[in-house]
Design a protein around this ligand. Structure first.
Ligand SMILES: Cc1ncc(COP(=O)(O)O)c(C=O)c1O
Length: 356
């Protein structure tokens, strides 16, 4: 979870102050702000228009909407990695009640896409993968997976939460049919806002499971005897939106836009290199995250040889290093703004733990 930029904090405080004093007087402005946030998000991920962006609650929500919105027949299967975060496993595993099998394969760090491609068979309906694996930090070759899916008529669903905001991400270049992610990691945004994008032809084919005034073609027409879901991705936003969350996200997207995703990537890559080089120079440390830049995003996970991971984590947290135990090692997640001196403090803390 990233710290909020000052402008993000200010945006939330401004709305809180406004509602405190004026109630809903600013409603029209908030609606415009929410529309603008859809546009900013569409621009960030290369969507054709803001009509392609649905703000949902989180990644789990978005992936569940895909899993439950498709129609399944018994005997079909979904392919994914054992190492996926639960939000990208449970929605697919929940389909067992429809006779849909989960074909779960192990990550091969040497050739990460190969086991997934090898697992696709005549009954595979969908391949689900995270663009960047949350534990090992390995970045997947999405176009390679997309091509394998296309050749076999398999749907391709990407959990992009560990990439969007860290590196440029283009939904069309990814080759995905569906893309899901949340705002609270690399996007510097709040918890409780997620994004669901899908190739436009899927919008009206995905079965809906949540219904309310906001998704209607004419959302203000409360007395209309008949209604239908609008054609845009707003059809996946059934009711009152997360105003504070979207305001926060709007401000965070503004910061990323001002810096520019190419600059964010360049700065982040320097930081990842700084950490990876510093860690590799310490005795007994081995990197779990691959060394090749094409396989990296913002995560650096490492194992500390003879030092117990739990003990190392405790030591680092006591030194105020924000990190988590993952993939049998420790995960560092710097961002473009993390100062090199801060990285050095984290490296020194690891070095101290090795000596202790
Ligand atoms: C790959 C991946 N997907 C999803 C999530 C979070 O899911 P949600 O946005 O539903 O909380 C995480 C959080 O750690 C993650 O690493």
């Amino acid at each position: 979870m990233s710290p909020w930029p000052r402008r993000t904090r200010d945006a939330v405080v401004a709305i809180a102050d406004q509602v405190h004093v004026q109630g809903a007087l600013g409603y029209a402005d908030w609606s415009r702000m929410e529309d603008e946030t859809h546009v900013k998000m569409a621009d960030l991920i290369g969507a054709g228009s803001s009509d392609e962006i649905a703000f949902v609650r989180n990644t789990s929500d978005a992936l569940s909407m895909v899993a439950r919105g498709l129609s399944w027949t018994p005997g079909q299967n979904v392919v994914f990695l054992r190492e996926e975060f639960p939000s990208n496993r449970y929605p697919w595993e929940s389909l067992a009640e429809f006779g849909v099998a989960s074909r779960i394969v192990d990550l091969d760090l040497a050739d990460p896409e190969a086991p997934l491609i090898a697992a696709l068979d005549d009954n595979t309906r969908l391949l689900a993968v995270s663009a960047v694996q949350y534990a090992s930090g390995i970045r997947m070759d999405l176009p390679r997976l997309a091509e394998a899916c296309r050749e076999r008529d398999v749907l391709f669903c990407v959990d992009a939460i560990q990439q969007v905001g860290a590196l440029p991400f283009d939904v069309n270049a990814s080759g995905a049919d569906f893309v899901a992610f949340g705002a609270h990691k690399w996007l510097l945004g709040p918890e409780g806002v997620g994004v669901l994008w899908m190739r436009p032809e899927w919008r009206e084919r995905l079965r809906l499971h949540a219904f309310g005034w906001h998704m209607a073609e004419h959302p203000g027409d409360f007395d209309a005897p008949a209604w239908r879901p609008t054609a845009s991705a707003r059809r996946f936003e059934p009711g009152t939106t997360n105003l504070l969350g979207i305001a926060a996200l709007n401000a965070s997207l503004g910061l990323l836009e001002d810096v520019g995703m190419n600059a964010v990537e360049a700065l982040l890559r320097q930081r990842v290199r700084h950490l990876a080089t510093g860690l590799a120079a310490l005795p007994g440390i081995s990197l779990i995250t691959p060394d090749a830049p094409a396989r990296q995003a913002g995560i650096v996970t490492f194992r500390a040889g003879r030092v117990d991971t739990g003990a190392l984590h405790k030591h680092l947290v006591a030194r105020k290093v924000v990190c988590v135990p993952r993939a049998g090692g420790i995960r560092f997640s710097p961002h473009f703004y993390t100062a090199p001196e801060v990285l050095d403090r984290a490296l020194n803390a690891v070095e101290d733990a090795l000596r202790a």
